[in-house]
Design a protein around this ligand. Structure first.
Ligand code: SAM
Length: 288
């Protein structure tokens, strides 16, 4: 069954009396090239577990199941469950779960699936095309909970993907870029213009892959201090760092000036010019 074909999507809707939910962000992918690219760039191995978030009618699920040892698909909309059971009936390596991913313990799923077909599981690849309003929260939840997966390949609103990928010095570089890049390296997977979805959303998308770092990119005395500095720096991004950081940990302006001098950071710089290493050095000076 060509699950990416708009005709098939219509047929499924009619047969099951299914109505697309705008509030659940149900815009289905209809471009085979993009689907192939997402799967190819997810680097799925035969003994890997894929955890897919928001399978819809199963277009990525089926493609992932061709490559993976096992796919666990988490879908919030219970009306899609009988549809998924039907569209994916030819696969015996797919488990469909009806739950809200924000309330799902992904670590527990990984612990429960240490073996696939009686053999040791290898990689864990997370995959998702989700409604935009939960994409950033779910990425941050996976990263902050230290879910020990290898990667997250995810569709995002183009502007959000640009912010995540941004390098120091660019206009889109901000707290989200620093936070995600602290936990991951970021790779571009594909552009997904709005025309390739049914129904068509208002904005274009980008697919990126976040490879979760096995080792931290910078040594921190305190992660809390690092994120406090990042938040304060970008909280008032037009201000010089000296002004933006005044008040962090109750420090007065002259104390921040000493911190900056010790860390070797010019006080007139702005947060958007600082690398991960420079934020780390500031944080380690504030919290030795
Ligand atoms: N993966 C399919 C595709 O690419 O065509 C569907 C993508 S659609 C943009 C998003 C899917 O995520 C919908 O099926 C929606 O019901 C589901 N979804 C929305 N919120 C969710 C949540 N909190 N947990 C799990 N699934 C969710």
């Amino acid at each position: 069954m060509k699950l990416y074909s708009p005709a098939t999507i219509n047929e499924i809707k009619n047969k099951h009396g299914f109505r697309l939910s705008k509030s659940l962000g149900q815009n289905f992918l209809t471009d085979k090239n993009i689907i192939d690219k997402i799967i190819e760039k997810s680097n799925i191995g035969k003994q890997d577990l894929v955890i897919e978030i928001g399978p819809g009618i199963g277009v990525l699920t089926a493609a992932a199941a061709e490559e993976a040892g096992k796919v666990i698909a988490i879908e919030i909309d219970r009306k899609l469950i009988p549809i998924l059971k039907e569209t994916l009936s030819e696969y015996n390596n797919i488990e469909i779960r009806n739950s809200d991913v924000l309330k799902t313990d992904i670590k527990e799923i990984m612990e429960q699936n240490q073996e696939i077909s009686g053999q040791k599981r290898e990689g864990v690849k997370i995959l998702g095309n989700l409604p935009y309003y939960i994409t950033t929260p779910i990425i941050m939840k996976i990263l902050e909970d230290r879910v020990p997966a290898d990667s997250i390949t995810i569709m995002l609103q183009k502007e959000v993907a640009d912010r995540i990928k941004a390098a120091p010095g660019s206009k889109t570089y901000g707290a989200l870029s620093v936070a995600v890049q602290y936990y991951c390296t970021v790779a571009h997977v594909a552009n997904a213009p709005k025309e390739i979805f049914v129904p068509q959303p208002k904005v274009d998308s980008t697919v990126i892959r976040l490879d979760i770092r096995k080792e931290k990119p910078v040594q921190l005395n305190s992660e809390a201090a690092f994120f406090a500095v990042v938040r304060a720096g970008f909280g008032q991004r037009r201000k010089t760092l000296l002004n933006a950081l005044t008040g962090v940990y109750g420090l007065a302006k002259d104390e921040i000036a000493v911190v900056m001098a010790t860390a070797g950071i010019d006080p007139v710089r702005r947060a958007e010019t600082l690398s991960l290493e420079e934020f780390a050095s500031l944080a380690n000076t504030i919290q030795p």
